[in-house]
Design a protein around this ligand. Structure first.
Ligand SMILES: [Zn+2]
Length: 298
């Protein structure tokens, strides 16, 4: 095999020519925006005031990591850690472009070096070790940099004896890092065992979408798992599952609402209630560490 062929693996070759890419779900520019769910035209400033939730139908627009940080963390309390950690390219991976170029272009576009912001910050005066995933950074995929940052965030919680809060948004593993990406599942899971042994709470918040390697590792290992309404949650895509098990899948089986009914998510929490819900849960968990949870949860 030539060097070129070895590195230029056609992972992403299209079977059908002429297929159009889906429109990105990020919030477009402009003073007025159209709700993707009900079609209502909404004034941008009004939508921003409403935490990017449609006031007509409740549709939750996809927002950035820093937006979550802004409304969940008390002003002036956030201290970022490990911002300099970035993926390298030990496999010299090339798909439609070189992985190093993809990383550089994404860094230029997002101003970040990885798909997560991690640090220490207060949620309603409770100090937490927290992380906010950025879907814009290569689909929020879990590469070695992200895995390292999540692991350090967990270890920071253990060192400081504070709770862990993670907001996830991810398409899964970072294809370009192959096995190194998959190893992050075991690494983050092992770190969470230490958190569990230290009897510190972990609240995992799932946003649209949280799937594949992230869903199959730390995102689904929360002591309490919250989801935003309407979020796509799952492991593999529906077509792959259908082909594997050879059965029809129920409608909407990867929605937060379906997953809640089947016990995989504990609560669906609208964005405007997220902060107060997390704070109440943390207070219960910190004040009742022996598992004597009150019966009423907000
Ligand atoms: Zn709407």
């Amino acid at each position: 095999m030539t060097e070129n062929k070895k590195n230029n693996v056609p992972w992403f070759k299209r079977k059908f020519i002429g297929l159009k890419n889906q429109q990105p779900k990020e919030i477009p520019d402009g003073l007025w925006l159209k709700c993707e769910s009900c079609g209502e035209i909404i004034y941008r400033k009004e939508l921003a005031r409403n935490l990017w939730v449609c006031s007509i139908c409740g549709y939750h627009f996809r927002i950035e990591a820093k937006n979550y940080l802004d409304f969940l963390i008390d002003g002036g309390t956030f201290q970022e850690f490990d911002a300099e950690i970035a993926s390298t390219d030990p496999l010299n991976f090339v798909d439609s472009k070189k992985y190093t170029d993809r990383l550089q272009q994404t860094a230029n576009k997002t101003g970040a070096k990885s798909a997560i912001i991690t640090g220490i910050g207060d949620i309603d005066s409770i100090q937490t070790s927290c992380g906010f995933m950025e879907f814009k950074f290569i689909g929020g995929s879990m590469g070695s940099a992200l895995g390292e940052k999540v692991t350090r965030a967990i270890e920071r919680a253990v060192e400081r004896q504070i709770p862990l809060v993670m907001v996830s948004a991810s398409g899964g593993a970072r294809m370009q890092e192959s096995i190194l990406s998959l190893m992050q599942m075991a690494k983050t899971g092992t770190a969470l065992t230490k958190l569990h042994e230290a009897r510190l709470p972990f609240i995992s918040i799932l946003t649209n979408p949280t799937t594949a390697g992230v869903m199959a590792s730390y995102a689904s290992l929360g002591d309490i798992i919250l989801s935003e309404p309407g979020a796509l949650l799952g492991f593999a895509g529906p077509r792959v599952i259908q082909q594997t098990i050879g059965a029809e899948l129920p409608k909407g089986f990867q929605s937060a609402e379906f997953v809640l009914e089947h016990g995989f998510v504990d609560l669906i929490t609208p964005r405007d209630k997220l902060k107060t819900t997390i704070a109440s849960l943390l207070r219960y968990l910190i004040e009742c560490p022996q598992g004597n949870m009150p019966q009423t949860i907000p």
